[in-house]
Design a protein around this ligand. Structure first.
Ligand SMILES: *Cc1c(COP(=O)(O)O)cnc(C)c1O
Length: 285
């Protein structure tokens, strides 16, 4: 069908950077880690939920650079620890748990109240790697793919930080397509204005109808699609982010959204470890 429509659809496989760690999270962390090393701070402190791809990436990247890491986790410690948090500990991250009421109050100025380490040794990274530093890191993704001269670049969106990275350097002609995985995500424009320090660019569109009920929500149709996509293309996706984005693009290709002769690059941000929370046998990969 792609041939018939003259559409070239490429997938940028950031998932191949590491089997467990989300590729886009490593890009977002890049300049944070550089800053930590430059300022000779040796403990990375960050925060996230029990299924946070960002926490896993931080644990991994810290260890790779010889840094200690501390994860401040939203919610009490569960009897059955998530795969995500188990993986964080494997990479040496120390975890501290906070009630849902306390969690939002934790910030850089207050970390000393929660940890016994000297604050001067600690480098704080905001939740999700969100921030201008994260955006600059994500802009490196664009450098890696823009020479392929796509007409469209598509990306799954959580906070919009990775998306903003794609729009950070304004020299690409490609239209950027964002697929939010949250339902009714109203802060996207606000986040983008903050991260890009300018108005939302024009060469950009949001496909809002592919969240499948909300963050980490899924249905049979999505899982079925992920299985079929894997069987046909040998590319695994995750049900929280990339499965929804790829589904959206396929749906829009079928409905004729993309003009004949287009070259589309969809960015596979990774996140495959999230599939471990599905019951055995749900996916064929
Ligand atoms: C976090 C994440 C995203 C979304 O990134 P944002 O910068 O928060 O928009 C997309 N895909 C995967 C696999 C992720 O882990």
């Amino acid at each position: 069908m792609l041939d018939m429509l003259g559409i070239e659809w490429l997938i940028a496989r950031l998932d191949l950077i590491h089997p467990i760690v989300s590729g886009n999270k490593l890009y977002k962390l890049y300049f944070y880690i550089q800053d930590a090393l430059a300022t000779k701070k040796n403990i990375l402190v960050t925060k996230g939920g029990a299924y946070s791809n960002h926490l896993v990436a931080s644990a991994y990247y810290a260890q790779l650079n010889g840094l200690k890491s501390i994860g401040l986790v939203r919610g009490e410690k569960a009897a059955q620890q998530s795969h995500t948090l188990q993986q964080c500990e494997t990479w040496g991250m120390q975890l501290a748990y906070f009630s849902r009421e306390d969690y939002p109050q934790i910030n850089e100025d207050k970390i000393q109240e929660y940890i016994s380490f000297d604050k001067d040794q600690c480098f704080f990274i905001p939740e999700g790697g969100y921030g201008i530093t994260g955006t600059k890191g994500a802009s490196l993704i664009m450098e890696a793919i823009s020479s392929l001269n796509p007409n469209y670049i598509t990306i799954a969106v959580g906070t919009g930080c990775t998306l903003s990275g794609l729009l950070y350097n304004k020299n690409s002609q490609a239209k950027i397509i964002a697929v939010p995985v949250l339902k009714g995500f109203h802060d996207l424009e606000k986040n983008m204005t903050e991260l890009l320090e300018s108005q939302t660019p024009l060469n950009f569109e949001v496909f809002n109808d592919y969240h499948f009920g909300g963050y980490a929500k899924k249905n049979h149709e999505l899982l079925q699609f992920m299985n079929t996509f894997y069987v046909e293309n040998n590319i695994p996706t995750d049900f929280v982010y990339t499965g929804k984005m790829i589904y959206a693009i396929w749906d829009k290709i079928k409905s004729g959204y993309f003009t004949n002769g287009s070259k589309i690059i969809s960015i596979h941000t990774g996140g495959l470890q999230g599939n471990l929370s599905l019951p055995d046998g749900t996916l064929v990969f």
